[in-house]
Design a protein around this ligand. Structure first.
Ligand code: XMP
Length: 516
């Protein structure tokens, strides 16, 4: 394991992912963890992440010197680099000369472990105020920028390395290579970690834990719950029952996809609960987005609990249902560990996100994985592409894509428009380029149009294609006009009641991705 010490910026997760892309297993630990505890985990190497602060700022996080004396290879990046410099006796000047963004780095390659085989001039991503002007004794300086005389240093004997830039960021052209050079050459680690090894490890662990007991899993049709269920199914077969709540707010073909494709690929035991009437009745007359979200969340839990009670009742006495499978991912685990409160923008409701008072032990086989790794595991488990590469879809479904009251007619209309947009985006080969494209019905708005010889008074549809890396921020996707034109023509021709198609060109912030 490579430990990534998190100094509080958003970089640690990205570094951990890049290390895994290099096929080396990595985990994130907080910088407040005592060095002895880090070393007790017997890490193959330690990476010090960037951070928000200057090493001279009041309360700036530090690191105990003993970290560098344990014989464990260490790689410092940005803040981590400056921390290494000051801790080991180098000089970091509080110059106030800020370098931010793409910067040209001049590297001297002979004898460099990090930069060998990369160009003498390369573009890197910088983000710092202070600058290192003298490396610690015994270190070789291997890179500089116009403003920073010491932008990288290396000590092969002690296996300590540092760079001022952010190699984990896409804009650092040779970043991944530099990182791999540290891992493979500097630290001497063999790249051997694969998602295949996760499957084996998890299957064995789940079997041992569940024994002859039984488990249930809420399926939403999303990637995470599908992969978690498939993995548990591989481990315990018919001891697992999946529950899929059809709330009638799904897109066209989605329930069928779960019923047919997922079951075909996994052989899982599936209980589909048709709760459409119940959800529609509960949503009748409600237009307020937060209220809709709360109602959908509440009803979902009720239906799930009822299904669960039925499954338990069917279970023979000596095989109780003791486990609940959830598709929790590594970023959720990391984030809930270091939680400072954030404002409640929307009550996110995860289908499958169940209340704490359900009396189960949790099985979370994806706890150590990032989203892209979950997709790889899904593919290895034989799940179809449509499930593995599914774009995000909110738990409350189309219920929060109808601005206004949710009715069956409106849902049917939106389902048609959404299916057309998805079909055309897929046909244009744009699925992997965009993050997702909500299609929204402005049910309370009408506008005048003309179709055939007559006047129409219909509803507008909004297309909301966005590109994003993590949904925290997003930009509107610059889709080709031709594709937009086809979507617009088809929707207005094929969906009665819709006489206008509009494009949402707002980034997030200020707009959120969904309209409600
Ligand atoms: P917003 O609208 O907050 O959406 O910018 C960010 C991402 O989250 C998805 N989303 C949800 N996902 N339950 C979910 O599982 C929810 O209640 C929910 N609301 C929004 C949204 O589709 C986007 O990918």
């Amino acid at each position: 394991t490579v430990l990534v010490v998190d100094f509080g910026a958003q970089y640690a997760q990205l570094i951990a992912r890049r290390v895994r892309e290099a096929r080396v297993y990595s985990e994130i630990v907080p910088s407040t963890m005592p060095v002895a505890e880090m070393l007790a985990r017997k890490p193959a190497a330690i990476i010090l992440s960037g951070g928000p602060s200057s090493v001279y700022a009041e309360g700036a996080p530090g690191i105990d010197r003993s970290l560098f004396e344990a014989g464990v290879p260490v790689f410092g990046m940005c803040y981590g680099f400056q921390l290494m410099a000051t801790t080991l006796g180098g000089t970091v000047d509080n110059t106030g000369a800020r370098e931010y963004g793409s910067t040209s780095l001049a590297v001297s390659r002979p004898g460099s472990t990090l930069f060998e085989g990369t160009p003498a001039e390369q573009t890197v991503w910088m983000s710092h105020g202070d600058a290192c002007s003298a490396a610690p004794a015994g270190f070789t300086v291997t890179a500089a920028t116009e403003l920073v005389p010491v932008a990288a240093f290396e000590n092969d004997e002690r296996r300590l390395y540092g760079v001022q830039h952010h190699p984990e960021v896409m804009h650092s052209t040779y970043g991944q290579q530099v990182l791999e050079h540290f891992l493979y050459r500097g630290a001497g680690i063999e790249p051997s970690w694969t998602t295949g090894s996760v499957i084996e490890e998890q299957v064995a662990e789940i079997r041992a834990r569940v024994g002859s007991s039984r488990a249930i899993c809420g399926l939403s049709g999303g990637v995470d719950s599908a992969v978690a269920a498939a993995l548990v199914q591989k481990a315990i077969g018919s001891q697992l029952t999946c529950v899929y709540v059809d709330h009638g707010l799904m897109r066209k073909g989605e329930t069928e996809q779960v019923e047919k494709d997922f079951v075909a690929a996994t052989g899982v035991q599936l209980k589909v609960v048709d709760a459409q009437e119940r959800f529609l009745a509960a949503l009748a007359g409600v237009s307020d987005p937060e209220q809709k979200r709360k109602i959908i969340g509440r009803e979902f839990i009720r239906v799930f609990e009822q299904a669960q009670a039925e499954i338990v009742a069917e279970a023979p006495g000596d095989h109780p249902v003791e486990f609940l499978v959830q598709g929790t991912l590594y970023p959720d685990v990391v984030e809930s560990g270091g939680g400072t409160g954030t404002a409640n923008i929307k009550s996110h409701h995860n289908v499958g996100g169940l209340p704490d008072d359900l009396e189960f032990q949790l099985v979370e086989p994806l706890r150590k994985l990032f989203k892209d790794e979950v997709r790889m595991v899904g593919a290895e488990l034989g799940l179809p592409d449509e499930i593995v590469h599914r774009q995000p879809f909110p738990g409350p479904g189309l219920g929060i894509r109808i601005v206004g009251e949710v009715t069956r007619e409106r849902l049917d209309l939106l389902r048609e428009a959404d299916a057309i947009a998805r079909e055309e985006l897929t046909a244009a080969g744009l699925d992997r380029e965009i993050w997702q494209c909500p299609v929204v019905l402005l049910a309370d708005v009408r506008s005048v149009g003309v179709q055939g010889d007559g006047r129409t008074y219909g509803h507008p549809i909004v297309l909301r294609p966005v590109s994003s890396e993590d949904a925290m921020t997003a930009d509107w996707s610059r889709l080709p006009y031709d594709t937009l034109a086809r979507i617009s023509t088809r929707i207005t021709n094929e969906v009665a009641e819709v006489n206008r198609v509009t494009l949402d060109i707002t980034s997030k912030p200020p707009g959120t991705i969904e309209w409600e």
